[in-house]
Design a protein around this ligand. Structure first.
Ligand code: Q9C
Ligand code: ZN
Length: 341
């Protein structure tokens, strides 16, 4: 399988995120992508190519223009105030506060952020746009007739909604790629999110649409991040009613429970008649993940890949989470190798 990769991911290197009341070193680090790339090479998955630049147009197909312009200018405006530490929000536009977009960069940072774990740094814009290019170059390959491609996207994307960042995500790589597939003649596209955390951003982007089916298997938001979305009764709205499926599973759920949910999701994808599949591939479902609580073992990821292949659809894999840095490469490549076997 072809891998698309860019060194620009390194430019996203946040120092800290707020966890349990203290600033801790970011879990979402450059070493994650390094380890995945090393495993791709070591296990001879296939060629590794650089992305092609696609510009802002495909991003603006799914993201709000004000949000995109904010990300583009945020670090410069922040550093002009004499600040050299990561930009993190410290409040939110909660109930009964004014809904207008603030003018000040600090107000905008709060307005356009979902959490306090997604630092904007000097290189965030370049890294996030390169990550989108990686996903879009993968989509190009599917449009060109290839069976599958692996977009080694970092920073990840599935928590980024139309107009906010969060959960280590800035642009929703998988959603932008799915939209590109639609724009290039694929009529029905399914996005399956197997990351431990609910793909709130992707759900947000496609919630009112019937041409993109979204399905997510994740830790139950009653106890797990992102808490405010990802419940089973979110089924889509308007035209999109019946085209959104959430499979929340209790934290600590066993492997067979997880694969039962996967079977349910795959059945829906087949019923939908998808012409292409985008997989939001987080491997933070791994038993050794430091911030998540499912129990998949490294060999289970081969099984996941094989089950996905059984759909017989052109498939684009976009990397999302996975924070057990040592095993992340084997876990990810196991999915891709299982798909190809
Ligand atoms: N104590 C992705 O996997 N913080 N994002 C959770 C847990 C946010 C994860 C804190 C986790 C976001 C792409
Ligand atoms: Zn995750």
């Amino acid at each position: 399988m072809l891998t698309i990769y860019s060194d620009s991911h390194r430019l996203q290197h946040g120092r800290s995120e707020l966890i349990d009341g203290t600033l801790k070193p970011c879990f979402e680090t450059p070493s994650r992508a390094d380890m995945v790339l090393a495993a791709v090479r070591q296990r001879d998955l296939g060629d590794v190519v650089h992305p092609r630049r696609h510009g802002l147009e495909p991003i603006l197909r799914v993201h709000d223009e004000g949000y995109v312009r904010f990300l583009e200018t945020a670090w410069q405006r922040w550093s002009e105030m004499g600040r050299d530490y990561d930009a993190l929000p410290k409040m939110w536009q909660i109930r009964r506060l004014r809904e207008a977009v603030p003018e000040h960069v600090e107000g905008q940072l709060c307005y356009y952020s979902m959490d306090c774990g997604t630092p904007i740094t000097a290189g965030t814009w370049q890294a996030a746009t390169a990550s989108v290019d990686v996903a879009l170059t993968g989509a190009d390959r599917l449009i060109g007739g290839e069976r599958a491609a692996f977009a080694l996207t970092r920073p990840p994307g599935h928590h980024a909604a139309r107009d906010y960042c969060g959960g280590y995500c800035f642009f929703n790589n998988a959603a932008i790629a799915a939209q590109a597939l639609r724009d290039h003649g694929m009529h029905r596209v399914a996005v399956l999110d197997v990351d431990y955390h609910h793909g709130n951003g992707t759900q947000d982007i496609f919630y009112h649409r019937s041409d993109v089916l979204f399905l997510s298997i994740h830790g139950d938001p009653r106890t797990e991040y992102p808490f405010f979305l990802g419940f089973a009764d979110e089924k889509g709205d308007g035209e999109g009613l019946g085209y959104n499926f959430n499979f929340p599973l209790a934290a600590g759920s066993c492997v067979s429970t997880w694969f039962f949910a996967l079977d349910c999701a795959l059945e829906q994808i087949a019923r939908f008649g998808a012409e292409a599949l985008v997989v939001s591939l987080g491997v933070d479902t791994f038993e050794g993940d430091p911030i998540s609580r499912f129990q998949l073992g490294t060999p289970d990821f081969v099984t996941l890949g094989a089950r996905l292949a059984a759909l017989k659809l052109p498939t684009l894999f976009c990397l999302e989470g996975g924070y057990a840095v040592g095993p992340i490469g084997d876990n990810v490549v196991n999915v891709l190798a299982g798909f190809e076997a």
